[in-house]
Ligand binder design. Structure first.
Ligand code: DCP
Ligand code: MG
Ligand code: MN
Length: 357
């Protein structure tokens, strides 16, 4: 059967997973990609266990759990906490650094610069730092933008958008990808994939549709901020005209009531739109469904079979030089059909809910 790997309390290792996840989030924030990956793989293994893992030896015998992670698992089970995590929370510089990395769009370089300039808190930044529009927005809505969206709310936000879209052009198709398509209980943002039957490029038609949708949703007060405008993402050589839009949205108060939620003020949520021609829909679906680790493993597999997979399609006969560097672009084999791409790659079809790693 298919195992839906979402956060739930019925997993015997739920508490261990929760603490390891905090540690993983910390490593993500400080930009330690290697440890982030190690933790994600270990957490994924724990999620699949049906019994509680209590000792280091037991943990070490499982796939993707090394000796250090195994020791931490035993520490968590016996002390109900992790010293390393407490330490990370107490270290003032670490704390400031990870606070800054929690600001939408802020990466290592900017966070480091602020530390070097002596800033330690969000208030320091608001008072004295030179901030871009997006950075200010990320600070003003810091808590909202760091809160995951419950699945029912993603569904409601999605339905709102789909309703308005159908009024503009009923032939355009919208689908929510990302963690929502993978069946997650909660999502970091809403990832819309937008396409239209018969398109083989991002036609003016599609661009005009999205511009109009954004105009209408903004006028209605649903969209409340733009983080990346359609035309700032224009990359004519590769993707054709601008193909994505990033911003923030809020659900109208009446819709919150329907969800049985009462709120003082609406919560700002992150929303992304990706425009895709129908001829590339399958490849885009794979990319935008993820997760990122699953995507990486599919791409690696493609390259081992002398093919190349990206968000536009699967290409064959890619000539590679030293260190797998590309020599030629290759010929498009499939872009439209998600299942066909799996077939040609020679991998068993995986439902979106089975693409967690
Ligand atoms: N993606 C990727 N590599 C990245 C970023 C994204 O392959 N570096 C792909 C896989 C993701 C999808 O894009 O699933 C959407 O990106 P999100 O950042 O929105 O990630 P998710 O939707 O998977 O998770 P979340 O619930 O945090 O939004
Ligand atoms: Mg997402
Ligand atoms: Mn996204």
């Amino acid at each position: 059967g298919t195992l839906k790997k979402t956060d739930n309390d019925t997993n015997p290792n739920a508490r261990t997973i929760e603490i390891l996840q905090s540690m993983c989030d910390y490593y993500t924030r400080i930009g330690d990609q290697w440890r982030t990956l190690a933790y994600r793989k270990g957490i994924n293994t724990l999620r699949q266990q049906t019994t509680k893992i209590t000792t280091e030896e037991e943990a070490y015998r499982l796939p993707n759990i090394g000796s250090r992670l195994a020791a931490k698992i035993e520490e968590i089970v016996t002390t109900n906490s992790l010293r390393r995590l407490d330490y990370a929370r107490d270290e003032p510089l670490d704390r400031a650094f990870s606070t800054f990395l929690g600001i939408y769009g802020v990466g290592n370089a900017v966070a480091q610069r602020w530390l070097a300039q002596g800033f330690r808190t969000l208030d320091d930044l608001l008072g004295h730092a030179d901030l871009t529009t997006n950075q200010r927005l990320g600070i003003d809505h810091y808590d909202d933008l760091n809160t995951r969206i419950p699945r029912a709310e993603v569904t409601a936000l999605g339905a709102y958008v789909t309703r308005e879209a159908a009024l503009i052009d009923p032939s355009v198709e919208l689908l929510i990808g990302g963690s929502y398509r993978r069946g997650s209980d909660s999502s970091g943002d809403i990832d819309f994939i937008v396409t239209k039957k018969g398109t083989t490029s991002i036609s003016n038609d599609l661009v005009t549709f999205l511009e109009e949708l954004i105009r209408v949703l903004t006028a209605k007060g649903f969209l409340v901020a733009t983080l990346a405008a359609l035309h700032s993402t224009r990359r004519p050589s590769k993707d054709g005209p601008g193909s994505k839009w990033h911003g923030c949205c809020v659900l109208p108060p009446s819709e919150y009531a329907q969800l049985g939620i009462t709120r003082e003020k609406p919560i700002w949520r992150r929303i992304d739109f990706l425009l895709v021609p129908e001829s590339q829909y399958g490849a885009a679906l794979i990319y935008f469904t993820g997760n990122d680790i699953f995507n990486r493993s599919l791409r690696l597999l493609a390259s081992k079979k002398r093919m190349r997979l990206n968000q536009r399609g699967l290409y064959k006969e890619v000539m590679r030089g030293k260190g797998r560097a590309k020599v030629t672009e290759g010929e498009l084999v499939e872009g439209r059909d998600e299942r066909r791409i799996f077939e040609i790659l020679g991998v068993k079809w995986r439902e979106p809910c089975e693409r967690w790693c």
